[in-house]
Design a protein around this ligand. Structure first.
Ligand SMILES: Nc1ncnc2c1ncn2[C@@H]1O[C@H](COP(=O)(O)OP(=O)(O)O)[C@@H](O)[C@H]1O
Ligand SMILES: [Mg+2]
Length: 285
């Protein structure tokens, strides 16, 4: 809707009939700050007024959030393992939303749900529709899904890889991934057995106002992990923090429990003043 007055009316009507939260979204790029799940009418109206512009108001879908990345070339599709991001800053999914504090893959699915089934419901139809109307898509579709039992709802499609999901997907891929990128979707992507987990080391003050310029130690003392430098820079012979999310530590294991244990062992070897990270990545797999 285009006006705040319209939004207020929709919000008031909703809360007159229901106690369920409502979701208010700005209809534009907002660097991850354009969506709020609002439990009261006051909160929803205040958020709508703050973001302004064209708004989308959605019913709140419940369930478990998962990320499905799919290589697509026209109607041809090949999925990557299902991943789960951990968006909130603090353990137990508390605190403000962030760009992502950690991830795991693959996600264990409820009985009766498969990646192929999710593809059929949520991704193949859109790839086929885009191709058949003369606007074929080539690249990666990252569908953000909410799974309520066996029932998926698409929250969003992104035409790019997700972060930090990509940091757990890449170590799981057993093929030469570049060849898949050159011919997306044309062959099934082979993956390693087991699982991967990623822990994000963030700076003090993240996400509101991260500190930067702190020397990082231990980067050369992390065996069995992949380190993704997200917000670092060289300063002379040192590596210093240079962003909110500083380093992502990823490890593989036979299962999520082993992968997360290795990733945490790695994360604990890296330190900088003000480092913060979640202790429960993959704990609810
Ligand atoms: N309809 C909805 N019901 C419940 N939660 C939602 C809904 N839409 C979005 N969310 C929550 O808000 C988050 C951000 O929304 P999303 O559409 O992914 O926007 P962004 O472009 O910021 O990634 C989602 O990851 C999800 O947790
Ligand atoms: Mg999103």
């Amino acid at each position: 809707m285009e006006s705040l007055r319209d939004a207020e009316r929709v919000i008031a009507t909703h809360f007159a009939q229901s106690d369920a939260p409502i979701v208010v979204k700005a209809d534009r790029l907002m660097a991850g700050k354009g969506v709020q799940v609002c439990g009261t009418a006051d909160e929803a109206v205040a958020f709508a007024a703050t973001v302004g512009g064209t708004l989308v108001i959605e019913r709140c879908v419940r369930g478990v959030e998962v990320s499905l990345h799919v290589l697509v070339d026209g109607a041809v599709c090949a999925p990557l393992p299902l991943a789960r991001d951990h968006k909130r800053l603090l353990d137990g999914d508390r605190g403000p939303n962030t760009g992502g504090m950690g991830a795991i893959a693959p996600v264990r699915l409820p009985e009766g749900v498969s990646v192929d089934g999710l593809m059929d419901r949520c991704v193949r139809p859109i790839a086929v529709a885009l191709a058949s109307r003369g606007t074929p898509f080539r690249g990666v579709i990252f569908a953000g899904l909410m799974l309520d039992g066996a029932n998926p709802t698409v929250l969003e499609y992104n035409a790019r890889f997700g972060d930090p999901e990509t940091e757990v997907l890449m170590p799981l891929i057993a093929d030469d991934f570049v060849s898949h990128l050159l011919e997306p979707g044309h062959a099934a992507v082979r993956v390693h057995r087991g699982a991967a987990a990623a822990v994000v080391l963030a700076a003090r003050g993240y996400p509101a106002a991260p500190e930067t310029g702190r020397p990082i130690v231990g980067l050369d003392r992390v065996p069995d992990c992949h380190l993704f430098h997200a917000g670092t820079r060289r300063e002379g012979s040192q590596v210093v923090t240079n962003g909110g999310r500083v380093v992502v530590v990823t490890a593989r294991g036979d299962d999520v429990a082993e992968a997360r244990a290795r990733a945490y062992q790695g994360a604990l070897r890296i330190s900088f003043d003000g480092a913060q990270f979640r202790r429960d990545i993959g704990g609810v797999a």
